[in-house]
Design a protein around this ligand. Structure first.
Ligand code: ADP
Ligand code: MG
Length: 336
């Protein structure tokens, strides 16, 4: 009798254990943040709604940070440049504090106040002016003086955080790190909802949570900068982010010269020494900001700063097509 009792008890207990639901892949993609956004996540049938909400979260962050949206908090800071400090949300405050960190770390090669130079070279317009000549040296030097991330003053007041650009005409441009911040927000949101395996792609930034249900890492193709339909290499990503900055993303030809959208804040000139830079980092805002920083710094100085940082790796394709990478770069099979 005792034996039967225990057997029945065990049967009751095991039938009460939660049954592991099959992990299915859910997927959504579409235009967002002036680029193409894609979220893939494994989970049960609640995952579809979680992904929809993730898209809304990314749009919400973008609405705070997008310098092309006159209603964003960044636009409010830009409009008030040289005047009063403006109140910003804690999220914008954190994003700008992080951006300052990356600007310091790259000795100003990544400088989010590059806005006036972006406008000078016409990259703030759908269609830059292609006739005439380049801006003259004096004008470039003048505009360079409007670019200095150290002139962003931030304060945590009892009424909330504020930000102020010191001089009229200064402009924050979030192009090099905003998508990374949105990707980080998406990853955090998915994790808060219990998702253990997901991939978020926002333009050139891709972030991964965990492994796939088959215990394999996510595989990411790194685009060939001159043959955009093929990959230079494939890397494995797990609880990390990867960003690529390429001279093929936005560029034009003027007076026979190819001009790309990443500008060296020290010279005021579009960078022409690199085709693409890929950075692997623990989070998307870091990989995004530092891919732009290394684009400006080039292979020597760029790899030097990356080697100093635990958890960071980089691969650079120079203008001549030479491929160089940091000592811990995960995939040595690279075909240029
Ligand atoms: P993508 O926009 O293709 O993802 P990046 O992340 O490298 O590429 O960002 C490039 C954008 O960053 C430019 O379009 C411009 O808005 C801005 N930018 C250009 N040069 C710099 C710089 N030196 N520092 C910070 N931002 C920059
Ligand atoms: Mg970037």
């Amino acid at each position: 009798m005792r034996k039967w009792f225990f057997l029945i008890l065990i049967l009751i207990l095991t039938s009460a254990l939660p049954v592991a639901h099959a992990q299915e892949l859910y997927h959504k993609s579409g235009p967002l943040l002036h680029t193409f956004v894609e979220v893939k996540a494994y989970g049960d049938n609640s995952t579809r709604a979680i992904i929809d909400e993730t898209f809304r979260e990314m749009a919400r962050v973008n609405n705070l940070l997008n310098n092309y949206d006159p209603a964003s908090e960044i636009s409010a800071i830009n409009t008030a440049a040289g005047g009063k400090a403006v109140h910003i949300s804690p999220e914008t405050y954190v994003a700008l504090c992080d951006a300052k960190k990356y600007a310091d770390f790259s000795n100003g090669a990544f400088d989010f106040t590059v806005g006036p130079l972006i406008a000078l070279w016409g990259f703030n317009r759908e269609q830059p002016e292609l006739s005439g000549s380049d801006p003259d040296k004096k004008r470039i030097a003048q505009v360079c003086r409007m670019v200095d991330y150290r002139a962003l003053q931030m304060e945590k007041k009892p009424s909330g955080p504020t930000a102020r650009l010191k001089r009229t005409g200064m402009r924050i441009d979030t192009g090099a790190f905003g998508k990374g911040v949105s990707a980080d927000r998406a990853i955090l949101y998915l994790q808060e909802k219990g998702i253990q395996s997901a991939l978020v792609a926002a333009g050139g930034t891709i972030s991964a949570i965990g492994l796939k249900p088959d215990a394999k890492p996510w595989q990411i193709g790194i685009r060939h900068p001159r043959n955009l339909s093929s990959f230079l290499t494939i890397i494995a990503l797990r609880d990390q982010s990867v960003s690529t900055s390429g001279d093929y993303e936005k560029f034009y030809y003027k007076a026979g010269k190819r001009r790309t959208h990443i500008i060296d804040p020290r010279t005021g000139m579009p960078v022409s020494t690199v085709q693409s830079v890929t950075v692997i980092a623990p989070c998307g805002s870091a990989s995004d900001a530092l891919s732009t920083a290394l684009f400006v710094l080039g292979p020597d100085d760029g790899l030097k700063i990356i080697e100093k940082k635990e958890g960071f790796e980089a691969l650079i394709v120079t203008a001549s097509g030479e491929v160089v990478y940091s000592s811990g770069w995960p995939q040595k099979k690279i075909t240029y």
